[in-house]
Write a protein that binds this ligand. Structure first.
Ligand code: CP
Length: 312
C-alpha cells in the first residue's frame, strides 16, 4: 500500500492511518540495513535530490543512504555551493532542478514555509527535511518509530519534551505526532523559550522540568538553538544546565524504564549530561539508526516503489 499524497510537508496533514502505514513500512524495511549487502532494487530509475540550505549531519546523510539502499540515484546540493550564491531565487533554482526530472526533492530551509512553496510549484514530490522553526516531520516520525519499537505502543504514553521549545521545529512536529497517536505530551523550558500560545498545540506546558519528567515514559531533551535566537535567553549555560539539564540527580525521579531521547546534535553538559546521553536508558543512536529506515519508508511510499519477492 502506498500513500495517496504527493508531498510530506508536516505531521498535521497526515492521518493516523498514514502515520501507521509510514511506521509499519519503516519497520519492514529496517531489516535491509543489517544485511551484508544493504541494497534492494525497489526504486531503481528514480532520482532524489537532497537540497539543503542549512547544515545537517543526520537528516541529510540518512536520506542519502536511504535513497541508495533502495537503488534510487541521489544527488546532494547545498545553498553555498549552488548558484543561489549568485542571486538565483529558491523558486528559480527549484524549477531548474525540476527541469532535470527528479522524482523527489528533499528540502531543508531556514524559512518556515519554503517546502510548501516548492510543493505548490513543482510536480516532483517534496519532503520537508526541516523548515525554519516550523516543522521537521521526518524527525517526529522516526521518534515515533523508536518509541513504538521500544514501548510497543504510542497510545497512553507520557512524553516530556524539555528545552528551547520556542525555536524547535522538532518539538512542534512531535507534539502534533504524539498527540495524534494518543500520547500525552508535556513541554517544559524557561519562560523565555516557551512561545506564547503553545498550549493550543494540545500539550501541557510548564516551566518546571521536575514536574514534566515525573512519571514520564519518554524524556526528550532539546538543544538550545542559538542560531535562531536574537539574544541568549538564559543568563548562563551553567544556570540553564542546573534548571533544565537532564542530570544523574534528575534521572532518579524518572521511572526506570523511561526512554531518554534527543534529536541531535547534542550539547553535552548543557541539556543532557554525557553519562545519560551514553547511558543504558538512552535511545539516541537508535533514533539515528531508525532515521534511515523511516526515510527509506517515505521514499518508497512516495516514489511508488515495487517490492519483489527477491527484495527480501
Ligand atoms: N535531528 C536533525 O535534524 O539533525 P541534523 O540537523 O544533523 O540533520
Amino acid at each position: 500500500m502506498g500513500l495517496s499524497r504527493k508531498d510530506i510537508l508536516d505531521i498535521d496533514s497526515l492521518s493516523v492511518d498514514e502515520i501507521q502505514t509510514i511506521l509499519d513500512t519503516a519497520d519492514g524495511l529496517k531489516e535491509i540495513n543489517s544485511r551484508p549487502i544493504k541494497k534492494v532494487p525497489t526504486l531503481r530509475g528514480k532520482t532524489v535530490i537532497l537540497f539543503f540550505h542549512e547544515p545537517s549531519t543526520r537528516t541529510r546523510t540518512s536520506f542519502d543512504i536511504a535513497a541508495k539502499r533502495l537503488s534510487a540515484d541521489s544527488i546532494s546540493i547545498s545553498a553555498s555551493t549552488s548558484s543561489m550564491v549568485k542571486g538565483e531565487t529558491l523558486i528559480d533554482t527549484a524549477k531548474n532542478l525540476e527541469a532535470m526530472s527528479p522524482d523527489i526533492i528533499v528540502l531543508r530551509h531556514a524559512s518556515s514555509g519554503a517546502p510548501y512553496l516548492l510543493a505548490k510549484t513543482l510536480s516532483a514530490s517534496i519532503i520537508n527535511a526541516g523548515d525554519g522553526m516550523h516543522a521537521h516531520p521526518t524527525q517526529a516520525l522516526l521518534d515515533m518509530m523508536t518509541v513504538r519499537e521500544e514501548k510497543g505502543r504510542l497510545e497512553g504514553l507520557r512524553i516530556a519534551i524539555i528545552g528551547d521549545i520556542a525555536h524547535s521545529r522538532v518539538a512542534r512536529s512531535n507534539v502534533a505526532g504524539f498527540t495524534k497517536m494518543g500520547a500525552e505530551v508535556c513541554l517544559a523550558g524557561p519562560p523565555t523559550m516557551i512561545p506564547y500560545g503553545v498550549d493550543t498545540l494540545g500539550a501541557h506546558v510548564t516551566y518546571d522540568m521536575d514536574e514534566a519528567i515525573e512519571g514520564a515514559d519518554v524524556v526528550m531533551t532539546l538543544r538550545i538553538q542559538r542560531e535562531r535566537q536574537k539574544s541568549f535567553l538564559f543568563p548562563t549555560e551553567r544556570e540553564y544546565a542546573k534548571r533544565y539539564g537532564l542530570t544523574p540527580d534528575r534521572l532518579k525521579h524518572i521511572p526506570p524504564d523511561a526512554l531518554i531521547m534527543h534529536p541531535g546534535p547534542i550539547n553535552r553538559g548543557v541539556e543532557i549530561a554525557p553519562e545519560i546521553a551514553d547511558g543504558p536508558y538512552s535511545v539516541i543512536l537508535d533514533q539515528v539508526a531508525n532515521g534511515v529506515a523511516l526515510r527509506m519508508s517515505l521514499l518508497y511510499l512516495l516514489g511508488g516503489g515495487v517490492r519483489n519477492a527477491d527484495d527480501h
